[in-house]
Write a protein that binds this ligand. Structure first.
Ligand code: SER
Length: 317
């Protein structure tokens, strides 16, 4: 990994991943890829090259890959689960037609490709407790359909053409730099913003709904470590379960209240998000990632909560 293109560099993951990789390989070109209307700003713009890189525009992607001699592509372009339910055709276009553009360019130019999958790739028939690495995946959301197709296409390009595709199934990601946009797990980010601002939080997910969650520093570490892993040890590729914590809104509320007493929450359940959440695992088994590339998270709910509150106090107050 030396010359890297991060597609979706201004999104929730991309804004932090681009900076992490730039710090890791200062001698390389780490290109912040963006689409019109979501241009990089501030440190992201100043600390390295940026280029318009719309997954739906193959010619534009190819130009960037050639110009910067890209060897690794992080493909983070996606509509999250709740938005994808409103715009299913657009979600398919971005997530699958866009992925095909990337995989073809990778095949012709020898690039490795990381395209994240998700807890959203599972469905109601999936075992919800200790969800195995290899198990039934019959999602009912468009987001989930695109993630299963992403896993299959990525493995297809590896087996058929030898394209070095690798990936992880991200849990809901909790971060304090860039907000997620329209996911089912967004509540677990927004709750911290409300708590720090001293506002009551209105929770769209019902009490008792458990989902895998992860703090962004662990997610970034996973995205880097999987691409740097020794390929001879990889039995799986697209895509690895990774896990660090699982909670429901009540557990999260009580944890935040330990640090911000008096914080209040009430429920206004969103039926679209709730149906999606009910179909997702409660807690994934990540033993294959641990065995094949030494995956190990650093943050649990307590340490994440301390760090989130501290970071958001500095940012918001
Ligand atoms: N965080 C995503 C969502 O909620 C799942 O990968 O859509």
């Amino acid at each position: 990994m030396k010359n890297v293109l991060v597609i979706g560099s201004t999104g929730q993951i991309g804004s932090e991943l681009t900076m992490k990789i730039r710090n890791m390989i200062p001698e390389g070109n780490v290109v912040a890829g963006y689409i019109k209307g979501a241009e990089p700003k501030g440190i992201l713009l100043e600390s390295g090259p940026a280029a318009e890189a719309d997954v739906c525009n193959g010619e534009q992607l190819l130009e960037v890959v050639k110009k910067y001699k890209i060897d690794t592509i992080y493909n983070l372009a996606a509509l999250l689960s709740a938005v994808a339910e409103k715009k299913p055709q657009l979600a398919w276009h971005i997530q699958i037609d866009g992925l095909m553009n990337i995989l073809e360019i990778a095949r012709e130019n020898g690039c490795a490709v990381f395209t994240p999958s998700s807890i959203g790739s599972f469905g109601p028939e999936t075992p919800h407790k200790d969800t195995p690495q290899d198990t039934i995946q019959r999602p009912r959301s468009m987001y989930g359909c695109t993630k299963v197709a992403t896993e299959l296409l990525s493995d297809y390009y590896f087996h058929k053409y030898g394209v070095d595709t690798r990936s992880v199934r991200f849990p809901g990601l909790i971060s304090n730099v860039t907000l997620p946009g329209g996911g089912t797990t967004d509540y677990a980010v927004e709750i911290y913003y409300s708590a720090v601002k001293g506002e009551e939080f209105v929770c769209p997910i019902a009490a008792g709904t458990f989902m895998d969650m992860m703090y962004m520093p662990d997610a970034l570490k996973a995205a880097v470590d999987i691409m740097n892993a020794d390929p001879s040890r990889l039995v799986h590729r697209n895509s690895f379960n990774i896990a660090s914590m699982s909670f429901d809104p009540e557990i999260l509320l009580h944890k935040i209240q330990e640090h911000i007493p008096g914080f209040k929450m009430r429920y206004e359940v969103d039926p679209v998000r709730q149906a999606i959440a009910d179909s997702w695992p409660d807690k994934m088994d990540d033993s294959c990632a641990r065995a094949e590339w030494d995956w190990k998270p650093s943050f649990d709910l307590e340490s994440m909560t301390v760090d989130m509150i501290d970071a958001l106090r500095k940012k918001l107050l």
